[in-house]
Design a protein around this ligand. Structure first.
Ligand code: ZN
Ligand code: FE
Length: 238
């Protein structure tokens, strides 16, 4: 294990993620929307800011955190026109160094056109913003069900032990909806019970394990893009 991860909760239900690489002590933050919360967690030691997508609840603190730490900002080249000023614009398959390890960029359009995820292969860590949630997926604000289906399929192909760090604590609500789609899914029932226990104790339900999502998340389990679109539309009305 070279990277350790700490949740930095902010607003009602957002998570930024603070990463430390043990070999060099390098630190990075994913989606620093609330600068005070981020700076309280990092101090002024911060090498890198990683942005999953342009929404303000993921990016709003970027410029202030950059100004106060000197961190470099990494985000999707395709969305550079509406992201905070980037130091490095990245695209599908690019690799960025982080201390002695690296992250691979996965483009995951659907929630937004330029959405990206960061995958750290050495530790099997995935930071996927508002694409894949535990027991859910992001709203199709700028993309089609076909795009989200393809994005989730890319994430589904990662190693099953991958830990999935999404951008929101939405799991309890997602579980409630997911049980209406797959009421007889034993893996989903077990995960829903675990989520109830964790939330009652005030514990984050994120990260989850990719294998759990493949077994229990109806959006990951949708066999076709059309079915994914149906489930997503039902969730929008739920
Ligand atoms: Zn978003
Ligand atoms: Fe969000």
């Amino acid at each position: 294990m070279t990277v350790t991860v700490q949740a930095v909760p902010m607003f009602a239900d957002n998570y930024a993620w603070l990463l430390r690489e043990s070999g060099t002590g390098a630190t990075a933050i994913v989606d620093p929307a609330d600068p005070e919360a981020v700076l309280a967690a990092t101090g002024h030691q911060l090498a890198t800011i990683l942005l999953t997508h342009h929404h303000a609840d993921h990016t709003a603190g970027t410029d202030e955190v950059r100004a106060r730490t000197g961190a470099t900002v990494v985000g999707a080249r395709a969305d550079a026109h509406r992201l905070p000023r980037l130091y490095t614009g990245v695209a599908e398959g690019d690799t960025i160094a982080f201390g002695n390890t690296r992250a691979r960029i996965i483009e995951t359009p659907g929630h937004t056109r330029g959405h990206i995820a960061f995958f750290f292969p050495d530790d099997a860590l995935l930071f996927c913003g508002d694409t894949l949630f535990s027991l859910g997926c992001g709203r199709l604000l700028e993309g089609t069900a076909a795009e989200m289906f393809a994005s989730l399929a890319k994430l589904a192909a990662l190693p099953p032990e991958t830990r999935v760090f999404c951008g929101h604590e939405y799991t309890a609500g997602n579980a409630h909806f997911a049980l209406t789609v797959e009421p007889d899914n034993a893996a989903l029932q077990a995960r829903a019970a675990e989520v109830t226990r964790l939330r009652a104790a005030g514990t984050p339900t994120v990260p989850s394990i990719l294998a759990e999502e493949l077994a229990a998340n109806p959006f990951m389990r949708a066999p076709t893009a059309a079915r994914l679109g149906e489930i997503r539309a039902a969730k929008d009305r739920f």
